[in-house]
Write a protein that binds this ligand. Structure first.
Ligand code: AMP
Length: 193
């Protein structure tokens, strides 16, 4: 693994723990010489992660759509900032560049971007690991919901198990590094009741 794409909030969240865990991930990425690929923003957890990686001497590639770039104020001196035409182009470049994906706490934008790469893993379009960093148990409800989706027959257990979960940056990065994508039997359960 050389480059890790992280999806995370453009807000900082209500608990101090979210910022602290974001900085911890930033330090760990720099320590392991893993390049951060992210949305290019300088606000919320996004900005905090990028600033931490840079401060620790790491590399950061930001990919930002032009309309969001226009809203951004001060830039934070990323190693590389790619300004693209659309969200679609941003997501395509992120998924191509990265060797693995992590989701930190965030809102609708974060969830949408992470679930897109997870659904592409399910379809077998890529074999890259996708992991949830379950900071302050933020994603507990979502993880339980996915078990419900399995129980209700809308998700295969083998696809559910593609989603890695870690409580700390160290633990999750080790899980991502050890991940081998399964040889999928099928990508949709077409079985009828
Ligand atoms: P959210 O989780 O709803 O806060 O959205 C986070 C996602 O929204 C990011 O990954 C970006 O796609 C996008 N986003 C929102 N605000 C910004 C910003 N100021 N700069 C760059 N991307 C942003």
């Amino acid at each position: 693994m050389k480059r890790i794409c992280v999806f995370l909030g453009s807000s900082s969240g209500a608990q101090r723990g979210y910022l602290e865990a974001t900085r911890d991930l930033g330090r760990e990425l720099a320590r392991r010489q893993l390049t951060l690929v992210y949305g290019g923003g300088n606000v919320g957890l996004m900005g905090e992660l990028a600033k931490t990686v840079l401060k620790e001497g790491g590399e950061v590639i930001g990919i930002i759509p032009q309309p969001l770039m226009e809203k951004e104020g001060r830039q934070i001196g990323l190693s590389e900032l790619r300004v693209v035409a659309s969200m679609h182009e941003r997501k395509a470049q992120m998924s191509e560049l990265a060797d693995a994906f992590i989701v930190l706490p965030g809102g609708i934008g974060t969830l949408e971007e992470f679930f897109e790469v997870l659904s592409w893993a399910q379809l077998g379009f890529h074999g890259k690991p996708c992991g949830v960093l379950n900071v302050c148990n933020y994603y507990e409800g979502l993880i339980r919901f996915l078990d419900h989706v399995v129980a209700e027959g809308f998700l295969e257990e083998e696809h559910r198990s593609m989603l890695l979960v870690g409580e700390t940056a160290r633990e999750l990065l080790s899980e991502l590094a050890a991940y081998r994508s399964p040889a999928l039997k099928r990508w949709i359960n077409r079985q009828q009741i």
